[in-house]
Design a protein around this ligand. Sequence first.
Ligand code: P6P
Length: 337
Amino acid sequence: MPKKISLTQYLVEQQREHGRIPSQLRLLIEVVARACKHIAIAVNKGALGDVMGSAGSENVQGEVQKKLDIISNEVLIEANEWGGHLAAMASEEMDTIHVVPNRYPQGEYLLLFDPLDGSSNIDVNVSIGTIFSVLKKVGHHHGVDESDFLQAGKNQVAAGYCIYGSQTMLVLTVGDGVAMFTLDREMGSWVLTSENVQIPADTKEFAINMSNQRHWAPPVTRYIDECLQGKDGPRGKDFNMRWVASMVADVHRILSRGGVFMYPWDKREPEKAGKLRLLYEANPMSFLVEQAGGMATNGRQRIMDLQPTRLHERVAVFLGSKNEVERATAYHAESDA
Ligand code: P6P
């Protein structure tokens, strides 16, 4: 039986051998990982705990908040605010940033998260997850405000997600590849179960919400139509489709076996670039996908090059197997020409 490597050992070795994780960042990641264990316990209680159903409130996105959305958000805030590693936090569930209270020391890191992504799946027991992204305050000015968070995704120093599925897994990058940890519930510890994750450049599996087909722009319609034509069509191969409606679950599948995920712009809300949020959904997932050899664009540009202008800014997302994302992005360029 190979020696079990814990998250702590992995992070210490990354720090010692690669100098990639200053101690404050290592502390941040371990605190987030511990908070995800706490969230997993609440999620797994289901109807046995008072955690199911709606909280009777809406978030800044105008979405009905589930009780677990609020519980998860509070767990992450309370776990992270006292450690001295953070200056502030931003969340899908909060209108504006949460600055570390004066009673605690302020650090240099900024933590962004979607505390419970895919929460429409909570009540039907389909995988959901927590997505997180870590930035550093730019410059050493005192204090912190929303503008500190408006950094391109290429500035991320760490990103990851926790998926509450058949297994509870933590998937993490600090810029040196992607590592996956499985929660050992007997020991209550994260155990390294795969590292240097690689996404195959080609795939036969696409993930998109097909019910929106009539709203797509032509390049997306073209790409999906070609996939649906199968081996007798221009792609020369048959495709399979998956859509979990939990980005964490769809991205985890792509990291695990390849595939392409698309949530494109559509004409229902033309003023919005897309449904997904740039800072705490698309950027962290793009960091992971790129670190695993995949690609992530908004159909025209690398997502991690995009300069955000608003905290809850939305973006179109095409990510996964490099050759498929390149093709979909090329179709947009042809359409724009
Ligand atoms: P739709 C979940 O609400 C989410 O933000 C992502 O996790 C997921 O990929 C997408 O929305 C699902 O959207 O429109 O298919 O329900």
